[in-house]
Design a protein around this ligand. Structure first.
Ligand code: IPE
Ligand code: IPE
Ligand code: MG
Length: 243
């Protein structure tokens, strides 16, 4: 933690939690065992994010495309998700965390929604950190939905087409309700975005680590944040360090 400056913290961190399956395969276990270990890592990292004072932490837990995995694996993931939501109630409420979900939650099985909805409402006024769970989430799908909503408003005559700009789209993109992500971390060694926070990722700093998600520790998070703090974000402008 000494690696990190108190100021210049990323406000919004997104994590692509990848590598559960490989973690299990390396141990000769079923992929489901990797997901179970992955949910323990979620508990750890949420606690650290809160302690650090992040405004928002967005965790990519299940993509729209992950529905295409074998049904047994999808069931196991949904079971773990429900278990997480039920068991973390006190932790989330006790720490003033606001839990939100992004993605097409209507696709989630009823037992998951039954655990998710009360926690979302109960925590909606908490102010310490927003924990956004990306569930049945796709960045392209999210942009398409926002575009569809704006098109409907234009057809209804409430807006004109020239009012459809970046700000109008951003305002309808749920993953950006907590602001653009400043830092996106991907564990598991792959260097790709896999449909995560596409619109908001425009100027996010990216950090890739080979660490598999179940092995991701608070030190790995601190290292990613320390790396973020050494970078100069230019947003297309000329840097202050440029002579
Ligand atoms: C990430 O781990 C969890 C989800 C995508 C739900 P994976 O299950 O993708 O693990 P690998 O990439 O196969 O190792
Ligand atoms: C991204 O990981 C999705 C989540 C971490 C939830 P994937 O394992 O699904 O991504 P790909 O298939 O390697 O791109
Ligand atoms: Mg993967």
């Amino acid at each position: 933690m000494q690696l990190i400056e108190g100021r210049n913290l990323p406000r919004h961190v997104g994590i692509i939690m990848d590598g559960n399956g490989r973690w299990a395969e390396l141990r000769g276990e079923r992929r489901e065992a990797g997901h179970k270990a992955g949910s323990a890592a979620v508990r750890r990292i949420v606690r650290v994010g809160r302690r650090l004072g992040l405004d928002a932490l967005t965790l990519y837990a299940f993509s729209e495309q992950n529905w295409a995995r074998p049904p047994g694996e999808v069931d196991a993931l949904m079971g773990l998700l429900r278990e997480y939501l039920v068991s973390e109630w006190d932790e989330i409420m006790g720490n003033g965390i606001r839990l939100v979900a992004i993605g097409d939650v209507s696709r989630l099985p009823e037992p998951v929604r039954d655990a998710l909805d009360p926690l979302r409402s109960a925590s909606s006024h908490n102010g310490a950190m927003t924990l956004a769970l990306a569930l049945s989430y796709g960045g392209r799908e999210e942009i398409a939905t926002a575009a569809r909503e704006l098109a409907a408003e234009a057809v209804a005559g409430r807006i004109t087409p020239d009012q459809i700009d970046v700000a109008a789209l951003s305002a309808r993109i749920p993953s950006l309700s907590v602001g653009d992500p400043d830092l996106i971390i991907r564990t598991g060694g792959e260097q790709r975005i896999s449909n995560f926070l596409l619109f908001g990722a425009a100027y996010a700093e990216l950090a890739f680590t080979d660490r598999l998600w179940p092995d991701f520790t608070e030190d790995d998070l601190f290292a990613a944040i320390a790396s973020y703090q050494r970078r100069e974000r230019r947003f297309g402008r000329v840097g202050v360090k440029t002579p």
